[in-house]
Design a protein around this ligand. Structure first.
Ligand code: NAP
Length: 306
């Protein structure tokens, strides 16, 4: 069984299917994973000139299907890795028994937990510019963060919004130089360096709510200010989707599954982990695809030896 349908899951499918292992791939809630909410991807192999994340994932899925991977549009809600074969319960209550499992559940956006965030989530507060940017045409938005996601989100929003602020806590970006150059040369993007967000403010009228401002603090001067915005996009990194595997697989203190060096083997023999769920360092789609392939190969070797 393969749990997860990002680049790691689909490539694990390709390799296990070609090894005749009859993989069942459980696709989860977000078929195609994080890349499907990425507008433009320039650094995935085989797509000169770049392509939309959804396009890339559709192609990977098609490739896995063509090689005979069985896929189901369900989620795994419980696993028992205490003995082989492993038992995984699906969200419709069905139990699936598998000789080996490849965990490829990826990661999801991290939230800042700011005052006002919960109240205005879905009413102007979001972690997905590609999904929600359209609601902010000709408006003003703020993107929080300084990594690749924040820079890509700001560029995407700058084509829709009148003005985009980037609120970043340091005075240099973490994101790729190519994106930094675009951000710095885009006239309707304003960067607020050394700035941390303090609170999201808004207005309520009956059932209607909307964001009106973001309160920020300059970390050098200590000065607090309020910028008028209609939307706030948080792009402060990701958390691995590993809740399902607590007390089943060894994890580090950030919740990433620990794999053996040069391997995708986890602390349980016969369970492998691939992609962002076990990668706190690189977190790239191409690397997820690569570790998915590794997991497929290791699965086949494990079954041969056992
Ligand atoms: P990231 O690289 O971890 O960057 C997170 C950003 O948020 C950092 O700038 C960080 O500031 C800031 N931040 C974190 N916690 C914060 C807090 N509590 N308050 C304020 N700011 C905070 O995350 P990401 O941008 O989502 O990228 C995740 C991974 O996906 C990366 O490996 C990235 O390269 C990859 N990615 C790649 C592409 C691409 O290649 N096309 C696109 C998107 C993402 P500091 O810089 O001060 O730590």
């Amino acid at each position: 069984m393969i749990i997860g349908s990002g680049p790691a899951g689909y490539m694990a499918g390709v390799y296990t299917s070609r090894a005749d292992l009859k993989p069942l791939l459980v696709e989860g809630m977000q078929q195609g994973g994080q890349l499907t909410i990425t507008n433009e991807v320039e650094n995935f192999p085989g797509f000169p000139g770049g392509a939309g994340g959804q396009v890339i994932m559709d192609k990977l899925r098609e490739q896995a299907l063509a090689l005979g991977v069985e896929m189901i549009a369900r989620s795994v809600v419980e696993v028992d890795f205490s003995k082989r074969p492993f038992r995984c319960r699906l969200d419709d209550g069905e139990d699936v028994v598998a000789e080996t499992v490849i965990v490829a559940t990826g990661a999801s956006a991290r939230w800042l937990k700011l005052p006002g965030e919960d109240e205005y989530r879905g009413f102007g507060v979001s972690t997905c510019a590609t999904c929600d940017g359209n609601f902010f045409r000709k408006k003003t938005t703020a993107v929080i963060g300084g990594g690749d996601t924040a820079l890509e989100d700001a560029i995407y929003l700058s084509n829709l919004c009148e003005k985009v602020y980037i609120v970043h806590r340091r005075d240099t970006f973490r994101g790729t130089m190519a994106l930094q150059k675009v951000v710095k040369s885009t006239s309707n993007i304003q960067i607020l360096w050394n700035s941390i967000p303090l609170e999201i403010e808004g207005e309520k009228q009956g059932f209607m709510k909307k964001v009106t401002a973001l309160k920020v603090q300059n970390t050098v001067s200590g000065e607090e200010s309020r910028i008028a915005v209609d939307g706030v996009f948080e792009a402060i990194g990701v958390v691995p989707a590993t809740e399902l595997f607590v007390n089943q697989l060894d994890m580090n203190e950030q919740g990433y599954i620990i794999t053996k060096p040069d391997s995708t083997a986890t602390s349980v023999e016969g369970v492998f982990a691939a992609g962002d769920v076990q990668d706190p360092v690189f977190r790239q789609a191409v690397i997820a695809a690569g570790t998915g392939s590794m997991a497929g190969i290791e699965c086949a070797r494990f079954l041969l030896e056992n």
